[in-house]
Structures are given as structure tokens and as C-alpha cells.
Design a protein around this ligand. Structure first.
Ligand code: ADP
Ligand code: AMP
Length: 218
């Protein structure tokens, strides 16, 4: 049986962090629309040019662009054993578009895990986040430092960066934009009996225990 998952949660809730654990244990590809946009922007592709004006300010990239890249990605062979969507869907239009895609591809969703964190905690989470330049592993200057200072736990590289949109000017608008759509999305998946809530204000290891319990019970 395939494991077709969505990780729902506001920016900074811990989706990328939990995604690393899920991929390690359950071997499903991690599909992060934010990562796809950042890669396209850094490669200067037509998609990157379209997305940049939106991501810079923390606004959402238009649904038709985002739905298009997810459709293309889900169509790839590596999603046969399942997939883990992170940062998508973010609007009800995207949720409907995804529902059409999963129907067409006969890949029904197995579960939607909502990592629930009070928005007040998120500014600190985002402002302390730093990322390995080589492999994208995520760290935090207070809550998740690399085991060997200055060395990525995952790939051993020594270069890190802070996301442009994690700087205070962009964070405020990003949280506002995302908070607005979060409740309707949660209801959407609750109505379809797919939603599992996890308390994301706990420590990283505790959150993972809860996520893993849910996944192993499916
Ligand atoms: P998202 O992918 O949802 O935007 P991340 O997984 O990148 O969020 O996490 C945002 C920041 O918060 C990162 O710096 C990460 O190391 C840190 N973080 C993630 N989960 C927790 C947690 N449960 N407690 C404290 N910090 C966390
Ligand atoms: P993230 O890495 O998930 O925080 O996303 C970074 C940025 O990419 C967001 O602020 C949006 O500009 C854009 N983005 C990512 N996912 C989506 C999506 N599902 N819909 C629209 N825009 C998105």
C-alpha cells in the first residue's frame, strides 16, 4: 500500500524538520513546493522568474502555477510507493486541484498531518532558522544546532544560509497570508476524515514520536 501524505502547518511549524524523519523511515519522496520554487529561482528558470516576485514578499505564487508544478511532480515514477507533500496545498483551490490529481492518478491520500503551533511562536522559529547550503537540512540557532558546530549532520558540509524570506520584513506578511488560509484547509481535510493533529509546540523529538505513531497506525 502506498503512503500518500500531506504535512500541513504554518511557516516554521516544523514541516521540513519532520519531513526529514519521515523520508528516512518511510522512504517516500519529499515534495516541498517552497523548495521547488527556491531551486527554480536560484537556477533562473522561467518558473523561477514567475515565482520570485511572490516569494520575496511572502505572498503566495498563483494557484495555476503551483498546481501545474505539483501535477508534473506527482506524475513521476518515484511517487509509486507514496509521496510527502510539504507546503502544498495552501489554498482551497489547491486542495481541490490536488483532489483531481490524486483521482486521475489513482493515488488517494492516506493522511493529512497538521502540525499545530501557536503563530506567536513562529517568528522566533523562523528568525533562528538556518539551512545547509549543500543538502538543505534545516537547523535552528536555539533548538536544533548541528551536533558538531559548523558541520551539517546530514552531509558534513560547512556552509549555511538564512532564507531571504525568514528575515523580519518578510516574516510578518508571510504569517498573515498563511494564517488566513490555514483554518479552512484544516476543516477541508477534517470533513474528509483525513486529518491528524499533532502538537507542534513540543520539542522536535516529541513531535516526531507523535507523527511516527500516526504513520505506523495507518
Ligand atoms: P517549516 O518547514 O514548517 O517552515 P521547519 O521545519 O523549517 O518549518 O522549522 C522551522 C524552524 O524551527 C527551524 O529552524 C527548525 O530547526 C525549528 N524547529 C522545527 N521544529 C521545532 C520544534 N518542535 N521545536 C523547536 N524548533 C523547531
Ligand atoms: P515555504 O518554503 O513552504 O515556506 O514556501 C516559500 C514560499 O514559496 C512561500 O512564501 C510562497 O511564496 C511560495 N509557495 C510555496 N508553496 C506554495 C503554495 N502551495 N502556494 C503558493 N505559493 C507557495
Amino acid at each position: 500500500m502506498s503512503l500518500n501524505l500531506i504535512l500541513l502547518g504554518l511557516p516554521g511549524a516544523g514541516k521540513g524538520t519532520q519531513a526529514q524523519f519521515i523520508v528516512d523511515k518511510y522512504h517516500v519522496p519529499h515534495i516541498s513546493t517552497g523548495d521547488m520554487f527556491r531551486e527554480a529561482i536560484s537556477n533562473g528558470t522561467p518558473l523561477g522568474l514567475k515565482a520570485k516576485g511572490f516569494t520575496d514578499n511572502g505572498n503566495l505564487v498563483p494557484d495555476e502555477v503551483t498546481n501545474g508544478i505539483v501535477k508534473e511532480r506527482l506524475d513521476k515514477d518515484d511517487t509509486k510507493p507514496g509521496f510527502l507533500l510539504d507546503g502544498y496545498p495552501r489554498t482551497l483551490d489547491q486542495a481541490d486541484a490536488l483532489s483531481n490529481m490524486t483521482d486521475e492518478l489513482s493515488k488517494p491520500l492516506s493522511a493529512v498531518i497538521n502540525i499545530d503551533v501557536d503563530p506567536k511562536l513562529l517568528t522566533e522559529r523562523l528568525s533562528g532558522r538556518f539551512i545547509c547550503k549543500k543538502c538543505g537540512a534545516t537547523y535552528h540557532k536555539l533548538y536544533h544546532m548541528p551536533k558538531v558546530p559548523g558541520t551539517c549532520d546530514v552531509c558534513g558540509s560547512h556552509e549555511f544560509y538564512q532564507r531571504e524570506d525568514d528575515k523580519p520584513e518578510a516574516v510578518k506578511n508571510r504569517l498573515k497570508v498563511n494564517v488566513k488560509m490555514n483554518t479552512p484547509l484544516i476543516s477541508y481535510y477534517q470533513d474528509r476524515n483525513l486529518l491528524f493533529n499533532v502538537d507542534g509546540s513540543k520539542g522536535i523529538d516529541d513531535v516526531w514520536k507523535n507523527v511516527d505513531n500516526i504513520l505506523s497506525s495507518l
